[in-house]
Design a binder for this molecule. Sequence first.
Ligand SMILES: Cc1ncc(COP(=O)(O)O)c(C=O)c1O
Length: 419
Amino acid sequence: MLNNISQRASEFPDNPIRGLEPLANQARAAGINIIPLNIGAPDTFSPKQSIESAVQFLQNTPALKYGPSAGNLDLIAQLTRFYTKKCGFTGISPENLMVTQGASEALDLVFYAVADQEDTIATPDPTYPNYLTIANKNSLKMYALPTSIQAGFHLSKESLENLPEDLKAIIWSSPNNPTGAVYQEEELQMLLEISRQRKIWLIADEVYRSLVFEQDKPGFYRAPSILDYATKEDLERIIVLDSMSKLLGLCGARIGSITAPSELIKTMVKIASTRGCPSTISQAAITSINEIPDSFFVDNRAVFQQRRDLLYTKLAELADLGVVVPPQPPEGAFYLVVELTGINGADFAKWLLTEYPALAKTKETLFITPMLTNSGGFYLDRSRGKSQIRLAYVISEELLVKAVEILKKAISLYLSTRK
Ligand SMILES: Cc1ncc(COP(=O)(O)O)c(C=O)c1O
């Protein structure tokens, strides 16, 4: 055993989304077919324009050189156009933008740039676990704004009262990971009001903005954005994150962006210079973003909406087994959080990968994500969410039907073995 691993590294929390991967690999090696509901990697195709522009770049590039730390100028110009023309945002120019290695790097840079050690950042609870781990890595404190399954995980006025004195920022994702909630004008206005009163940063993680359902409008459509309601002065305190993993289904390209006041962008580019530049090959894939037809976004939205409806309806039918779904289907992204009454989510997720196949005499099982694990999870308040799991509907409808059948059988079996 090595004795020179730092204490902070040794104590770094497990990733609740990837933490069970070794058990899943063992099950696969034993010939078990695993239906993946655990990770938010869309199974839809990446746009052909992106693949073609990356191929073209490689064919015409004799040497892969470093690019600018803020991202390639032509990509920044194309993103400015996309956000202005396609998304309809105003007040964004190239100096308000930088390209990052996914929204994940963006989070690290933003947290480092807006808060000092021991400062506090608030987030709706449950939240995206990387906010918690990245805050931990930067020695920041996180403050929970409680939301509940009964209220469809929406923000309430009460959850935003009595915020701590040393609060530097509020971060949220909408459409939300893990809950699928899409914050509406009233919620976004409440956040803006707090930012005005307390002069704090608002960090809007809008990586799922194109996956918002029940929109009968034709063409590209996006979720309500904090930018829709911000005044010019508000923009001085607003940071918006984007990810090509979700917008374009290009997870492996690792490209995201930050939109922020130009002074903050300059500071973050200075910090980002330590990693040189984002991959120039991946950036080339995004440079064609404005050539992607609306049908790409429309078709994707339709696929996920259909899956959401199917999964929500099928799970609601399992009420007798103690499965609790939110009162309405989630409005966006591709996640559904359900409560399994009387079941510990972390134990159940592990049991599905280890014991269920033999007990049920089957070669097929599920990979699900518990909302709380021993060392981490989606909840900041660790007294909550123990019996909740997150399901990512990034598999075909046929597989989703099969997955719910397995879940039904597994819940009964699990409960009978625990009596
Ligand atoms: C809410 C949210 N923010 C950020 C990210 C990170 O995205 P990326 O793949 O661009 O690093 C994810 C990925 O799942 C996410 O769900």
